[in-house]
Ligand binder design. Structure first.
Ligand code: AP5
Length: 208
């Protein structure tokens, strides 16, 4: 199963991806996690990406596309993947299609986790993320339940940056909903319900 997750920042893409990984053993490729790891490692890519991420803007396509290409070619991605946070604009979507075609692979679904902006602001302001493995949970969880790492608030989860990320989503990423509808692989789920209810629908849609 090869899946793209779509949805605004904080819609719950990472949360649903974590559950899909646990149940189906797919590889979770989150460009946000890959970029944050590069920032932490202070690699050339990380140093270039940091200012864009802190400002809530998209990192330039060339940097992100190379990262995803490399990850898709790895052995563990051959049995199936969940792309979370990529593609983020039409240029990235078109590149993904041609890269997959070159690998003789296809996308099975583009799953939109749909949540209203007012819910997003509350969720992201109270989100905590593991410094070590990227696991996410609501505020109040201080130790990562997955790896024991320290939970902290992401720099881009501050109110002014959240609004910028929502604006970027509306102008650059939301048009991908129509892009994938046009490819007849769009599936939609109402993400404004308890996590397990959302997941029940996600699973039903992806295994139908
Ligand atoms: P990225 O890390 O991809 O962030 P994002 O898309 O903004 O998404 P989030 O990780 O914030 O949200 P999510 O939908 O995964 O929600 P989550 O499950 O955590 O990108 C960060 C930055 O990197 C970008 O701004 C950009 O600079 C750069 N970048 C990344 N990819 C790029 C690309 N392709 N091109 C260019 N630049 C790129 O949930 C949020 C919170 O809500 C959590 O606390 C969770 O516990 C809670 N929650 C989840 N589901 C529910 C529910 N059903 N009910 C109640 N609470 C819930």
């Amino acid at each position: 199963m090869n899946i793209v997750l779509l949805g605004a920042p904080g819609a719950g893409k990472g949360t649903q991806a974590q559950k899909l990984v646990e149940e189906f053993g797919l590889v979770h490729i989150s460009t946000g996690d890959l970029l944050r790891a590069a920032v932490k490692a202070q690699s050339k890519l990380g140093l270039e990406a940091k200012s864009y991420m802190d400002a809530g803007k998209l990192v330039p396509d060339a940097l992100v596309i190379n990262l995803v290409k490399e990850r898709l070619m790895a052995d563990d991605a051959q049995a199936g993947f969940i792309l979370d946070g990529f593609p983020r604009n039409t240029a990235q979507a078109v590149t993904l299609d041609s890269e997959l075609a070159a690998m003789e692979r296809d996308l099975d679904a583009a799953l939109l986790v749909d949540v209203k902006p007012e819910v997003i602001v509350t969720r992201l302001s109270s989100r905590r993320t593991c410094r070590s493995c990227g696991y996410t949970a609501p505020a109040g969880v201080d130790v990562c339940p997955r790896c024991g790492g320290e939970m902290h608030q992401r720099d881009d989860d501050k109110p002014e940056t959240i609004q910028r990320r929502l604006d970027v989503y509306q102008t650059q990423t939301a048009p991908l909903i129509e892009y994938y509808r046009g490819h007849s692989i769009l599936k939609e789920v109402d993400g404004d319900r308890p996590v397990d209810e959302v997941y029940a629908d996600v699973k039903a849609l992806l295994t139908a």
